[in-house]
Design a protein around this ligand. Structure first.
Ligand code: ADP
Length: 497
């Protein structure tokens, strides 16, 4: 009998399911988008029931497509949009309020208040997170404060909290298991990543009754079995990790110093820093990479707010390109940007600049500038922003000269961008055959959890390079390009507010 691993990839805009074989090759895949709700400016919600129904729908569809029965699926892994917060009734399984999505800014003022009270550094030392509305703590507190009767019911143990992984585990086991993994717990801002437990002082600060929290386990762990009615028979739920951590795992970044960057709408760079957490002085996040065999591996995480979105902007707002793919040929059709730099600080700048008030800028325009130069400058900006984060990470982790960067995400398909990235980083860029690394990571974790793989060595052996990009640029030229970029960033930060 053939044996497969199932990955449920519950993202921000769609639910996906992929089936993988032992070698980590995709056997089938199904995807369905679901509704985004914007009830007020800055608010974002999902319907947890729709998350569940689309996720079940695509899981069944992926099985049918490849004619695979539950008996052939040795393990199921879950990876998910992180931080999104759900509270539901323990008896009926009905959510008490829509899911408050990580992007939702409704609790920004609560975070400002806590900053004024001087809590920021204290929270960072415990959780590795910046005090921000992204994380679950203030969202959960909001539900407890605003939905009538929920706080009392939480105290009586009648309602439960979970991030999306917990919600899916609960639904998949028909309410038998209320659990989460270390990576998702680490994004709630309630979990102490050094002590490896829910933090009593944080629970007190945010007034969260402990009995509503899920139990925290390793990422590769036998969480439970899916209810037999769902897939025709039970499947073991054996792997769980948040999306970025799953992608780090799927990229086989098992060594300290190993790094991956995802070029999606935004950019997410994670570096494995080993078994001791590294706390950043410059606003990178410290997070749990994974928990395996009872011990934690940590990561530094830096994000670029606008990456592929800059290319979308050229297409949708500027009409300079008709597809994202077209950007590559246009960029190649000119020798360089003709002195043009673009800083896509549409929503301010993150690490290492941290300027919420910076705004996007195009510099160095002359009478000879054409759209090809601008398109090229936009692509190059993705590489410079990644460079800025990598440089900071190397400093803070005390790791010199990154040997290589593994890449994934939509814009990693752009060969021009990948080559330019190699030049600017002066490091090898490695693009894997399977860029669905998030789902793959969840499948691998499930494979480990069930003992289908004995250790990470086999998984490492599965990682296949599709192509690598090596730097050849002259060092003086590289330095002058970086200098130009930094000058443009300075100007983006001079924006009059
Ligand atoms: P997400 O998961 O964040 O939705 P994806 O990983 O699907 O993102 O990547 C989509 C992003 O990648 C879009 O912003 C798009 O503009 C960009 N993109 C896709 N293909 C290319 C390409 N060939 N060159 C440059 N950017 C691209």
């Amino acid at each position: 009998m053939k044996q497969y691993l199932m990955a449920l990839d519950q993202g921000t805009t769609s639910s996906r399911c992929m089936l993988f074989d032992r070698k980590g090759r995709i056997v089938s895949m199904a995807q369905k988008e679901f509704t985004q709700y914007y009830p007020q400016a800055g608010w974002v919600e999902h319907d947890p029931m729709e998350i569940w129904s689309t996720q079940m729908g695509v899981a069944r569809e992926a099985m049918e497509q490849a004619d695979i029965s539950y008996k052939e699926i040795v393990g199921l892994g879950i990876t998910n949009q992180r931080e999104t917060t759900i509270v539901w009734d323990r008896e009926t399984g009905v959510p008490v309020y829509p899911a408050i999505v990580w992007q939702c800014r409704r609790t920004a003022k609560d975070c400002d208040r806590l900053k004024e009270q001087g809590k920021e550094a204290w929270i960072y030392q415990k959780t590795g997170l910046k005090l921000d509305a992204y994380f679950s703590a203030t969202k959960l507190q909001w539900i407890l404060d605003h939905v009538e009767g929920v706080r009392e019911r939480a105290k009586r143990g009648e309602v439960l909290f979970g991030t999306v992984d917990s919600w899916l585990i609960w639904k998949l086991t028909k309410g038998k298991v209320h659990a989460t993994d270390y990576t998702n717990a680490a994004r709630t801002m309630l979990f102490n990543i050094v002590e490896k437990q829910w933090d009593k002082e944080l629970l007190e600060l945010f007034q969260i009754p402990e009995q509503m929290l899920p139990k925290v386990h390793d990422c590769a762990y036998l969480y439970g079995e899916t209810d037999a009615t769902l897939f025709g028979g039970p499947i073991s739920i054996a792997g769980v990790a948040g999306d970025q951590q799953a992608s780090l795992f799927g990229q086989a970044c098992f060594q300290r110093g190993a790094c991956k960057n995802t070029y999606g709408t935004g950019g997410f760079l994670l570096m494995n820093v080993g078994e001791t957490p590294v706390f950043s002085q410059n606003g990178l996040l410290t997070t749990v990479a994974w928990g395996l065999n009872g011990s934690l591996t940590y990561a530094l995480e830096g994000s670029v707010f606008v990456a592929g979105a800059a290319i979308q902007w050229l297409r949708d707002e500027m009409g300079m390109i008709s597809s994202a793919e077209e950007s590559e040929a246009l960029a190649r059709s000119v020798e360089d940007t003709n002195g043009v730099y673009m800083v896509p600080a549409f929503v301010g700048l993150g690490a290492p600049y941290w300027d919420a008030y910076a705004r996007g800028i195009l510099t160095g325009l002359t009478r000879g500038t054409n759209r090809k130069h601008i398109v090229r400058a936009a692509l190059e900006s993705l590489a410079y922003q990644t460079y800025d984060v990598v440089e900071l990470m190397e400093q803070e982790a005390g790791i010199k000269n990154l040997p290589c960067l593994k890449v994934d995400g939509g814009a990693s398909a752009n060969d021009f961008l990948m080559q330019f990235q190699a030049e600017i980083l002066q490091a090898e860029i490695q693009r894997p055959g399977c860029i669905e690394t998030t789902a793959l990571g969840a499948a691998y974790l499930a494979g480990l959890g069930i003992g289908f793989y004995t250790d990470t060595e086999e998984i490492k052996g599965n990682w296949q390079k599709e192509r690598s990009f090596l730097p050849v640029m002259h060092e003086e030229y590289r330095k002058s390009k970086i200098k130009g970029w930094r000058a443009a960033v300075e100007q983006a930060m001079q924006h009059p507010n």
